[in-house]
Design a protein around this ligand. Structure first.
Ligand code: MF3
Ligand code: CO
Ligand code: CO
Length: 278
């Protein structure tokens, strides 16, 4: 890999050394993106959001999840990108569609037709110009019961609370601490084994971003130039799940109750954060 001069990475190298000498946990320099990379990842994130906008414009009652996949493929290609998920470790489709009791990694399917009352997460990842954008949104199909609406509202609040005041020197663990505290206060559980992640040069990079932490102030201190996702999976019932033995992908709640998820991709800046895709 060719190394370009990067003020952000040079500043980070100095801060990492000083923080480590002071006994703090820090990101590795590999987790800090250069100015050039940030510009490219910002574009990929923007394109990814446009693809999700196209999904938002067509999703509704009577639409199959395969039709959502078609729109993702078509829109991504029109915009000059490629769907990152297609073929990723053998994933058979371009996007993840996770409905009701599916937590994540649902596979779009012709026979899965959206009905009034469904809640569904559409998780879209786009490669554009060699860089990767990743985000997901929840959609309600027609009228959703009060419990479902509350689940979506609290999940969105969990993400908002995690973002509140986030910036340089925020402990990574505070993200999970705030998410879990709010979810539990509302009687929900948090999926622990699957989480957010560094992103930008590939879909999944370090660090792992846990949505569950029992203490404040834990984990590495964030630094400008880090790009990662926050994507809490909040369950109505048990936090435990199963992975479909036939398709190898679909992650469902163990108790059959519903799960919701929202995912933003963000950059840590000098004075806070910038959302790169949502
Ligand atoms: N977009 C998902 C994430 O947020 C990962 C999709 S896995 C794939 O990490 F297999 F569908 F690609
Ligand atoms: Co995603
Ligand atoms: Co992600």
């Amino acid at each position: 890999m060719k190394e370009h001069h990067s003020a952000i990475r040079e500043a980070a190298a100095i801060k990492i050394r000083a923080l480590r000498e002071a006994g703090k946990k820090t990101p590795s320099l590999a987790m800090i993106k250069s100015e050039e990379e940030i510009a490219g990842i910002r574009e990929a994130g923007h394109i990814n959001s446009l693809v999700l906008d196209a999904v938002a414009a067509m999703i509704g009652e009577g639409v199959s999840t395969a039709e959502i996949d078609d729109v993702v493929v078509k829109t991504t290609r029109q915009l000059g990108g490629t769907p990152t998920c297609l073929g990723f470790h053998g994933f058979p489709r371009a996007v993840c569609t996770s409905r009701n009791n599916v937590i994540c990694h649902g596979i779009p399917c012709d026979t899965e037709v959206l009905r009034e009352g469904d809640i569904i997460n559409v998780d879209c990842t786009t490669t554009y110009g060699g860089y990767v954008g990743d985000a997901s949104r929840m959609f309600m199909i027609g009228r959703v019961d009060e419990a479902g609406r509350r689940l979506l509202r609290v999940t969105q609040e969990c993400l908002s609370l995690a973002l509140d005041g986030l910036g340089p020197l925020s402990p990574l663990g505070d993200i999970g601490y705030r998410i879990a505290t709010h979810a539990h206060a509302n009687g929900y559980t948090v999926v622990r084994e699957i989480g957010g992640h560094g992103v930008g040069l590939a879909m999944h990079e370090e660090p792992f971003v846990s949505h569950m932490c029992t203490k404040q102030g834990e984990g590495m201190l964030l630094l400008p130039g880090m790009i990662f996702t926050i994507e809490p999976m909040i369950n109505e019932g048990s936090r435990f799940f199963t992975c479909d033995k036939q398709d190898g992908w679909t992650v469902r709640t163990a108790d059959g109750r519903r799960s919701a998820q929202v995912e933003h991709m963000l950059l840590i800046t000098e004075d806070g954060y910038e959302i790169l895709s949502k």
